[in-house]
Design a protein. Structure first.
Length: 164
């Protein structure tokens, strides 16, 4: 343990850490390693709290519409819009009683719709939720739409179980 003359705590310093400690002394910075670590965590936390995650554009364009499956509104599910060219972050919202509404960036999108429903009980006695939307509407989606800046962007998805 090395006691730095500018620090109130005894802290272990490796050769690299000791070199950095000397740098701090030369520039007369009054911080101990513990304080610097706490300060670093606080700065990082505050940065993420203020900036958040994603592209920073929370405004986006309004997107809304309806989703039916075999003529019936999808009770509960999710709709995701992926950039059509691949990459990027998906945007989306919840489907409730066949309706959705959220904000999304403009441009061409590949659409995925996911919904599950309870079908009996699992072996452990808990409810068994099964995805009932065919894969061509979610993991292997062929659905596309274009979100246009300045438009209402109202989309209607009429999904069918026998679709190929």
């Amino acid at each position: 343990m090395i006691k730095d003359d500018f620090c109130c705590d005894l802290i272990p310093l490796s050769t690299t850490a000791h070199s950095f400690s000397m740098f701090i002394k030369v520039f007369k910075l009054n911080y101990c390693w513990s304080c610097m670590n706490v300060a670093s965590v606080l700065v990082a936390t505050c940065t993420f709290a203020v900036l958040g995650c994603g592209n920073g554009d929370s405004s986006g364009e309004p997107v809304s519409g309806t989703v039916t499956f075999d003529g019936q509104p999808v009770e509960s599910g999710d709709i995701l819009l992926f950039p059509a060219g691949g990459g990027g972050t998906p945007e989306g919202g919840k489907i409730t009683d066949g309706k959705f509404q959220f904000q999304a960036s403009d441009g061409p999108k590949r659409v995925e719709i996911v919904a599950t429903r309870e079908e009996g009980a699992a072996a452990d006695g808990l409810p068994n939720y099964v995805s009932y939307i065919p894969k061509q509407y979610n993991t292997n989606s062929t659905l596309t739409q274009t979100v246009t800046k300045g438009n209402e962007n109202v989309f209607v998805f009429d999904l069918r179980s026998g679709a190929k």
